[in-house]
Every structure is written in structure tokens, then in C-alpha cells.
Design a protein around this ligand. Sequence first.
Ligand code: CO8
Length: 261
Amino acid sequence: QFQREFVLTEKTGSKKNIGLITLNRPKALNALCDGLMKDLSDAVDEFEKDREIATLIITGQGKAFAAGADIKEMQGLTFAEVVTGGFLSHWLRVSQCRKPVIAAVNGYALGGGCELMMMCDIAYASETAKFGQPEILIGTIPGAGGTQRIIKVAGKSKAMEICLSGNQFSAAEAEKMGLVSKVLPPDQLLPESIKLAEKIGNNSKIVVGLCKEAVNRAYETTLTEGLNFERRIFHSTFATEDRQEGMSAFIEKRPPNFQDK
Ligand code: CO8
């Protein structure tokens, strides 16, 4: 286990090929201060570079996943300062990771915490998790995807209700909306997230990366363009040894042995 000031990293899973990142500022409910976001960014860099790591998991220490951007840090800032300083522009790092990232939402995922979850590829939530975009209650609006990503999964009425009221919602509601894909008892959250990460990690890393890119393209483009992109990516898997291995293994009735080539 490696300890940065605000973030712990650990290689886990039976093959030690899962990069577990734990937000570790429990006294402030893992509020996403600048230092924490820098540590998180570094942790993502570390695991993205590490050739052994297949999948990343982000979770929180204590009763929160993350209770949002650090309000104490933001309180005194002026418009001129946030604009010229590109305030919180390094928040994009998680959404730019080439490897799959799973959010294991253990508690409060509010404001920037909910947005951080939505930057991940897959989210599992504990039954005790609470979600919301409460920025409106403190005189601002979501700044890292809250107004853009919720609407894509839950539609306009839900997105407006969440962003304009600041109301919190439960893990069961988040699952119903499609914001998280599974709700689990608290003690099962991490084991089940690791199990999923391991399942993904058994596949070819190159092909997993390509598949993630294809799914993400759906956010950015029209259906026709997306389908063309997908087909090209599909064609390109035929240039890999892993595609050959996968299909041969099926025909030879044995498990595949992917080499990430
Ligand atoms: N920022 C700073 N400190 C926080 C935050 C936060 N977001 N959330 C909690 N804390 C601190 C509290 O101040 C308190 O510290 P202290 O003990 O020193 O007073 C400690 O954490 C514990 O919190 P509470 O005593 O409030 O705990 P409760 O269990 O009573 O309440 C809540 C839990 C409901 C989660 C409550 O803490 C809360 O409402 N927090 C604020 C939630 C919020 O408004 N989040 C949105 C922040 S704004 C935002 O995220 C904008 C994102 C923009 C991103 C832009 C990117 C470009």
C-alpha cells in the first residue's frame, strides 16, 4: 500500500492486477480539495503506466465517497481567479484514463463526488450511498459534468430535478435511473467491485481499451458516426494476436491466454 497525503493506492485482486485508489480524507468526508485531486491524478497516472494493472477502482474511506469540491477552499475565490487560474481543470484526469475505472460508491457522492463517480466507466453503490448535486443550495452549479452527464442517462426531468432542487437521492433511485449498475450491502461493495475488475482484467488489455473507447464515442457523436467508428475498431482487433488467440481458444475448447499483443 502506498500513502499519498489524501489518497491511498494498493494493488489488489488474486493476480494483483487491480489498482485500488482510496480517497482518504475522511474527516472532511473526502471533500475534493486541490491536494486530493492532484493525488488522485497522480494515482491514476501511476496505475495507467503500470503494465500489470488491468482495471482501476476508486472508493472512499469512511462514510463518504466524496462530499463534493472543497467548499472551504472555494469560498473566498473570485470570478477572475477561477477563470484565469483554470480552476479545477485537472479534474478531467479520471475521465481520460485509458483503462477501465470502476467507482465503488461507499457513502455520500455529492456535487463533485457524484460527478467524479460519473467520470468513471462503471459504478457500483453501497445500499447506504447517497447521491446529489447540491451546488444550487450554495449558490453555484455543478462544474464537472453534473448538468451534462445525468441528462444522458436519466433524461431531462430527472436531471433538472436533481440539479435545480439539490435533493439527495438513494442508491436504489440511482440504480433505477441507470447512474449505477448495481447496489450491494456495504460489506459486499468492495469484494464485488474487485470481482468485476478481475473479470474485466482476464480479457485482453488492448481490446478492453479499444472497447472502452468505442462505448465512450457514443457520448460524443451521432449514431451513424458511432457505428462507423465501432466497425473500424472492431476491424482493428483483427490486427491483434489476442483476437486470434481468443477465437482459437473458443474453437479448441480451452480458456484463452491473452498476451496483450
Ligand atoms: N467541502 C468542505 N468540507 C466539507 C464538505 C465539502 N464539500 N463536505 C463536508 N465537509 C466537512 C464539514 O465541513 C465538516 O468539517 P468540520 O468537522 O471541520 O466542520 C466535516 O466535513 C463533516 O461534515 P458534516 O459535519 O457536515 O457531516 P454531516 O454528516 O452532518 O453531513 C453532508 C454530511 C450532508 C454530506 C454535509 O457535510 C454536506 O452537505 N456537505 C456539503 C455537500 C455539498 O454541498 N457538496 C457540493 C460542493 S460544491 C461542488 O462539489 C462543486 C463541484 C464543482 C466542480 C468543478 C470542477 C471544474
